[in-house]
Design a protein around this ligand. Structure first.
Ligand SMILES: [Zn+2]
Length: 376
């Protein structure tokens, strides 16, 4: 039986892999984790997304007929940004309670804790249910890696509950809004700026759409925790020079839907609103996720986390979206919790760090969650 990995060493080893997306290059990091999990007794499958890019699915069976628990995390990180770091972003330097590095918070700390908890579970011979790890590539590009897995036909297997290790400061969150990004384009006919009657002004067309979007409200009832769906026009681009009639103008629309609201319907409502003058393209389409707070397993996870966070968790959602948007529907929408050691305010930041104490605490908590689920 191989020796147990130390969770902090493993976090630092994962940080040392440069998995900045773009371009990603998650394969060596996935293979490193694959070897650890294989040694522990997991069955390993890689699913290639592109050259040097792959997601990893690792499974271990149980001896009963219960569905497995799914732990999921991603190996890619966001770029370093323009501002120089004061710590080595791939060094995993530890100072006091802080472990520095790109991906420490989002989410190699959480991933390392899941791996250690999984290898511990693998040592328990009489487990009743199994465990599946879905370790995705390209999460930071609108969850493209998890979406890819759902298109491969059955590779995800089954799961009776899902834990997503994204940064929550170890506070269990039970869902998030959906996201719909739309590019809206108006075209016109160019002419000299001194003779505007000879052209068709694309900026006027897109401006009419912007005016309608500003006044628009979805008629969906507010979600009791996540609130109402929102819409924001985030970008506008149009025109070549001041003395021409512009023949092209585009806007970027950011819609946040609530769980239960269909992204497809939201898109159609916007299409009807802006009319024929504007063409729409959906660039990101990620559904919302929500689990009833009273769900028995959710309450069990709340029991486990209560001593770690010093209070009884209540129903709260994440402000970001996660791989659960694609994985949960693929598993038939089992109860899903977002829970990880990272600090949300450190995600994607210069000098990103994760608290050492939170990585250690979540390793114990994930172990307990897995043991309780697997009946050991
Ligand atoms: Zn993340």
């Amino acid at each position: 039986m191989p020796k147990e990995q130390d969770v902090l060493s493993l976090t630092r080893e994962l940080i040392a892999f440069n998995t900045i997306n773009p371009p990603g290059r998650e394969l060596p990091c996935a293979e490193y984790l694959g070897r650890i999990l294989e040694d522990a007794g997991f069955r390993i499958e890689y699913h290639s997304l592109a050259e040097e890019r792959a997601s990893l699915i690792a499974t271990i069976e149980g001896h009963g007929d219960g569905l497995p628990l799914c732990f999921t995390g991603h190996t890619d990180t966001v770029p370093l940004g323009a501002v120089p770091w004061t710590r080595d972003p791939f060094g995993g330097q530890i100072e006091g309670d802080k472990l520095y590095g790109r991906g420490s918070t989002d989410m190699k700390g959480g991933l390392a804790a899941m791996i250690v908890a999984a290898t511990r579970l693998a040592r328990i011979a009489n487990r009743k249910a199994g465990l599946t790890l879905v370790i995705t590539a390209s999460e930071e590009n609108a969850c493209r890696g998890s979406l890819h897995l759902t298109t491969l036909g059955g590779v995800l297997g089954n799961a009776g509950a899902v834990v997503v290790g994204e940064p929550t400061s170890n506070y269990p969150l039970i869902g998030h809004k959906g996201t719909l990004w739309i590019e809206a384009r108006a075209t016109g006919v160019t002419a000299h700026g001194s003779m505007p009657d000879q052209g068709v002004n694309a900026i006027y067309r897109i401006a009419r759409a912007v005016g309608k979007l500003e006044k628009f409200r979805f008629d969906t009832a507010p979600h009791p925790v996540l609130g109402s769906p929102t819409l924001n026009v985030g970008t506008i681009v149009g025109g070549m020079n001041v003395n021409s009639v512009p023949d092209r103008a585009t806007i970027g629309i950011d819609v946040r839907t609530v769980p239960g609201q269909s992204n497809r319907e939201a898109f159609e409502q916007i299409r009807t609103l802006v009319g024929d003058e504007v063409e729409l393209d959906c660039t990101v389409d990620v559904d919302g996720v929500w689990t009833d707070c009273e769900n028995e397993w959710v309450q069990e996870v709340f029991d486990i986390m209560e001593p770690h966070i010093g209070q009884r968790p209540v129903a709260r959602g994440a402000t970001y979206f996660t791989d659960a948007a694609f994985l949960a529907p693929a598993y038939g929408n089992p109860p899903t919790i977002i829970l990880g050691p990272g600090e949300l305010e450190m995600a994607h930041k210069t000098d990103e760090y994760c608290h050492v104490s939170k990585i250690e605490a979540i390793t114990e908590a994930y172990t307990q969650i897995a043991r309780r689920w697997c009946g050991v």
